[in-house]
Ligand binder design. Structure first.
Ligand SMILES: Cc1ncc(COP(=O)(O)O)c(C=O)c1O
Length: 370
């Protein structure tokens, strides 16, 4: 039997009836952009996070970029300002910064959690640093209190890239409320996934929220009146209606993910396979289950031969991408090693008992000669 990495069809089958009813409601409404479904989802998602505002946008990259654009419009950020970003993150974190006329400054992670290291972040603060992006990588919260302390000491914004971490908590406070503003992605495979692209910004800041709501809609608050040079990046009614269905089951899906992760952590004990470090259990919603191995490529080939599909998040660090020639000379040895060693095992709320056991048994039997 083969184990898929993430079977989206199976994941969404659980909600199929409600999703089809929600889609029919939108189709029949005759209103497809910025209507009642988006407004209701924004209220419900803000309430879920415990945030004052949620603004639905086109995708997670735009959510993050619009935060920076809004701070520019508000005069808080300006061309050439530097933003500290974790060196090991999905490229979107870098793109959001550089697209906004700002300069991403990569910082090495903490080796156990894979997240931004607050000590290294503080050491990287320079005269042009204005913000820190805390990416909650793989669904695990970065050390937000320590990063907030760094931000406060140096007068920096703290922005959460919570694209992978819907529902993760720190002392009862959820991702999306831990900094000045947060960006979420609803890409279909995310813990809260639409059936297409989608994203949201959460913030407690009224003027920032208002600015982003205008910027996502051609910079307009009143039809055909354009205060800013905005973009078209709106969560559409259909995706909002589908997300409302899935939001009601998000905690249940997270519990299921935690269950799978617990089984892997208990069952996989192998000298060549390093388990993920988890400083806080409630701070991890297990978007991905990422192990490390010095023999990563052999492990991936071996698991593939056992019928187990894995992925690499991510094979090439941002500072080695063709898109960022200016960063090619940087030496970030920890990040580079992580990218050569990480491997994501199958993890989804729909993973069955037999599949979990198959993954554990295969990992346990990974031999020297594989
Ligand atoms: C850490 C991180 N930031 C930003 C994004 C961008 O989200 P989207 O794919 O919705 O643009 C993603 C996901 O793809 C991500 O994983």
């Amino acid at each position: 039997m083969s184990v898929p990495f993430y079977d989206l069809k199976q994941v969404n089958a659980r909600y199929a009836g409600a999703l089809k009813a929600a889609a029919a409601r939108v189709i029949d409404s005759g209103w497809y952009v910025l209507g009642e479904e988006v407004a209701a989802f924004e209220r419900e998602f803000a309430a879920y996070c415990g945030a004052r505002h949620a603004i639905g946008v086109g995708n997670g990259l735009d959510a993050l970029a619009l935060i920076f654009r809004a701070y520019r419009e508000l005069g808080v950020l300006k061309d050439g300002d530097e933003v500290l970003v974790p060196a090991n993150t999905f490229i979107a974190t870098f793109l959001a910064v550089s697209q906004s006329g700002l300069v991403p400054v990569p910082v090495e992670p903490d080796a156990a959690s894979f997240n931004l290291d607050p000590v290294r972040a503080e050491a990287a603060v320079g005269p042009r640093t204005r913000a820190i992006v805390a990416v909650h990588l793989y669904g695990q919260l970065a050390d937000v209190p320590a990063l907030a302390a760094v931000a406060q000491r140096h007068g920096l914004l703290l922005i959460e890239d919570a694209a992978q971490a819907h529902g993760a908590e720190w002392d009862g406070r959820r991702a999306g409320t831990l900094g000045d503003a947060a960006a979420f992605s609803f890409f279909p495979t995310k813990n809260l996934g639409a059936l297409g692209d989608g994203g949201a910004v959460t913030t407690g800041d009224d003027s920032l929220a208002r600015q982003i709501a205008a910027l996502r809609n051609y910079g307009s608050e009143t039809k055909y009146q354009h205060r800013f040079q905005g973009v078209n990046s709106r969560l559409d009614e259909l995706q909002a209606a589908l997300l409302r269905v899935k939001l009601a089951f998000l905690d249940e899906a997270i519990a299921r993910r935690r269950d799978v992760a617990r089984r892997y952590r208990e069952g996989i004990r192998h000298p060549a396979i390093g388990m993920p470090g988890v400083p806080r259990e409630d701070g991890h919603v297990w978007h991905l289950f990422v192990v490390r191995s010095a023999r990563r490529d052999a492990l991936q080939r071996y698991l593939q031969a056992c019928g187990i599909h894995t992925q690499i998040h991510y094979p090439v660090p941002a500072h080695r991408q063709a898109a960022y020639p200016a960063l090619h000379d940087l030496s970030l040895p920890l990040t580079e090693r992580l990218h050569a060693e990480v491997l994501s095992l199958p993890l989804s709320p729909a993973l069955g008992e037999t599949e979990i056991e198959q993954v554990i048994a295969a990992c346990q039997a990974f031999g020297e000669d594989a």
